[in-house]
Design a protein around this ligand. Structure first.
Ligand code: KG4
Ligand code: ZN
Length: 349
């Protein structure tokens, strides 16, 4: 089954053709990150306009790369949420028009569930059940993938998402947008134990995440440093190593993500652990998981960075598994949904 997937939920216009859910025949990802970095974050109006401008050239390039025409496509899949509404509408309208013109089914794909499927492309032998940490710009979940289209949510975030925690502090220390990869780079080779930031422990034995306390603590550190710098007439980062700050802050996020996921694996007796979403591209997160899973004899799966951040390969992949599971295609009334809980796709544990 040949699926063409479309993704436009944030600042990447992406189109991909995937065969049988695991074999990528072509993938185009047009990132707008440079445009938005001028403003320190994604500007929704600019994102929508760019998607509208880019989607046709991206589709043409994608078909070209695969050596195919639209008549070769068996089904279409599109991200319908969650994301920026104006950005989503571009992809959804476009996909509806393609499916209608080609008289082929169209599947409405949940963006966060799509992220999980990136692992199925990367690891051809990976089969459910497995546990997946999904950490992106807007979401942090631990998900038990019981079957290809049957998820159980084990934990979520009480406040900020992991990616947001990276982005907000990166902007504050002048690293710009997107913050995750910038902090990742800044932290390389630095001392991650230089500052011990708080790791939030939520009441009960909750596996949920909370990053707001960490963010406040990091902001306090920066404010005090800036005060001191003003007194001395110096640049703050001439007084304290920004690399060590970045490494310590990153470590506080990474250690909580890894600890909670490992604890979930113990509680649910799962030996296969995967990661997904933009934050899964983080080098320290990967290294820490490699070490933690090896220690407990568990198998660790992670997608290449290009499959971690937003792409349409994962959307085309999940479309195939939805079709295989007998899920209903959507009709032409399909609407984009800015907020779409993962519960819409999964059960809650
Ligand atoms: O999945 P994604 O591309 O888009 C959303 O669905 O949100 O995730 C984007 C997020 C951003 O917050 C970005 O800073 C973060 O993923 N990210 C990273 C890295 N690469 C991207 N965070 C930490 N380390 C990275 N290397
Ligand atoms: Zn995403």
């Amino acid at each position: 089954m040949i699926v063409l997937g479309i993704e436009s939920s944030c600042d990447e216009t992406a189109v991909s053709i995937v065969e049988d859910g695991r074999k990528v025949l072509s993938s185009i990802i047009a990132s707008q990150a440079d445009l938005h970095s001028l403003y320190g974050g994604v500007v929704p109006e600019i994102a929508s306009r760019e998607h509208a401008k880019t989607i046709t050239p991206a589709l043409k390039a994608c078909l070209n790369q695969a050596g195919m025409s639209l008549s070769d496509i068996d089904a279409f899949g599109v991200t319908y949420g969650p994301g920026l509404i104006g950005a989503l509408i571009v992809g959804v309208s476009y996909a509806k028009a393609l499916a209608y013109a080609q008289k082929k089914p169209l599947y409405a794909v949940h963006h966060i569930a799509g992220h999980v499927s990136a692992n199925l492309i990367q690891h051809k032998d990976l089969e459910p059940p497995f546990l997946c940490l999904v950490a992106s710009g807007g979401h942090s979940h631990i998900v038990l993938v019981e079957d290809y289209t049957s998820y159980k949510i084990i934990a979520g975030t009480r406040d900020d998402a992991a990616g947001e925690a990276f982005d907000k502090i990166a902007r504050r220390i002048g690293l710009g947008y997107p913050g995750g990869p910038k902090i990742d780079k800044e932290a390389r080779g630095a001392n991650k134990e230089a500052i011990v930031f708080p790791r939030s422990k939520l009441s009960g034995n909750s596996l949920d995440f909370s990053f707001s306390g960490l963010k406040t603590s990091a902001l306090n550190f920066i404010n005090q440093l800036e005060q001191e710098a003003r007194k001395r007439g110096q640049d703050p980062w001439a007084i304290y190593s920004r690399k060590d700050f970045a490494a310590s802050y990153q470590e506080a996020i990474v250690s909580v993500l890894v600890d909670h996921t490992m604890e979930a694996a113990r509680q649910y007796k799962i030996d296969k652990i995967a990661i997904a979403g933009g934050v899964a591209a983080n080098s320290s997160l990967k290294e820490t998981f490699i070490w933690a899973t090896a220690k407990e004899n568990k198998t660790f799966y992670h997608p290449d960075p290009v499959l971690c951040t937003d792409n349409a390969m994962m959307i085309a992949s999940l479309t195939y598994f939805m079709a295989q599971a007998g899920m209903e295609p959507s009709n032409l009334n399909l609407d984009a949904k800015a907020s779409l809980n993962l519960n819409a796709f999964a059960k809650i544990a």
